[in-house]
Write a protein that binds this ligand. Structure first.
Ligand SMILES: CC(C)(COP(=O)(O)OP(=O)(O)OC[C@H]1O[C@@H](n2cnc3c(N)ncnc32)[C@H](O)[C@@H]1OP(=O)(O)O)[C@@H](O)C(=O)NCCC(=O)NCCS
Length: 278
């Protein structure tokens, strides 16, 4: 367990889901799939889709306003904004920067963390480090993605999985001895770059008529591989985080995994030997 540094605690939380719901039945009309296939393979019944004309930062804004209210913190007092996202409004500036302006924050620094599924956890760990080193006294941390904008709606292996939404927390210094964040473990394996990625739209393959025609600006995935790696690495990293915190799995009251799909979560629960849901 960490000693000798100020602790960071979650002071408030907020979330936002677009109102538009896309059910499995609606997907049956778009691609060759069935509600039964999607439900048994993923546990997903419906997903939320961001309205046309709205941006990722719009969702992040609503989640952030709620988190700030919950924390009792005014936007003007925010010192850092860190947003985990892979679907920013623009290649640059960051969506955190767009959000900073929407919130009317003027004295903070802001940036995005591009780490896909683990974007929020990476952003949270960065904010936690900033607080523990005394660089800032608080941070607004957001995980927000508009993945519907990166989907090929003709690819049944991906369009059934992803949706849109935002979650935000306000992190601050623990003043009353609250234990706060006990440990944070992060890991990346670069050998899986092309297991789940968007092939074009970056500097390697900028947008062209050909890239658009080939749908290369959309999510490309080897689902089986992602499944295996996700379950294995989530178990490993969970055990490391528990070890670092000096906490036994039996002492944990609630496990909140990344909710990509129910089969991954169930497999993780089996490996960690915790009931699902816990
Ligand atoms: C995507 C996933 C549900 C696919 O399940 P799977 O059991 O691996 O299925 P496969 O890809 O082997 O496909 C099996 C068959 O179903 C078909 N299929 C794929 N998507 C389908 C769909 N939406 N509806 C119906 N059939 C589908 C495939 O074409 C294949 O048919 P074939 O046997 O005739 O070739 C699964 O691999 C998974 O959950 N992976 C993790 C992905 C993930 O969570 N990504 C997000 C991380 S944030």
């Amino acid at each position: 367990m960490r000693r000798g540094h100020p602790r960071s605690v979650i002071l408030g939380t907020g979330s936002e889901l677009p109102s538009k719901v896309m059910t499995n039945a609606a997907l049956e009309r778009l691609v060759d799939t069935t509600d039964e296939w999607i439900t048994t393979r993923t546990g997903i019944k419906e997903r939320r889709i961001l309205e046309e004309g709205k941006s990722n930062a719009d969702m992040a804004y609503r989640a952030s306003v709620r988190a700030l209210k919950d924390a009792g913190l005014e936007a003007k007092d925010v010192e850092a904004i860190i947003m985990g996202t892979v679907s920013p409004d623009y290649p640059f500036p960051s969506s955190a920067c767009v959000l900073e302006n929407m919130l009317g924050v003027r004295k903070a620094f802001s940036f995005d963390v591009n780490a896909a599924c683990s974007g929020f956890l990476n952003a949270l760990a960065v904010a936690d480090s900033f607080i523990r080193t005394g660089m800032v006294r608080n941070a607004l941390v957001i995980g927000s993605d508009a993945l519907s904008r990166l989907l090929n709606w003709k690819d049944r292996s991906t369009c059934i999985l992803f949706g849109d939404g935002a979650g935000a927390v306000v992190l601050g210094v623990s003043h009353d001895g609250a234990p706060g964040i006990l440990s944070a473990r992060l890991r990346t394996d670069g050998s899986y770059v092309k297991t789940l990625y968007v092939p074009a739209g970056g500097s390697l393959k900028p947008a062209s008529l050909e890239s658009v025609r080939k749908n290369e600006h959309t999510i490309t995935m080897n689902g089986k591989e992602v499944f295996k790696v996700a379950v294995r690495s989530m178990e490993e990293i969970s055990r490391e985080a528990l070890d670092e915190a000096g906490v036994e799995i039996d002492e944990v009251s609630l496990v909140i995994p990344h909710q990509a799909n129910l089969r991954i979560i169930t497999a993780l629960a089996e490996r960690l030997k915790v009931p699902c849901p816990k």
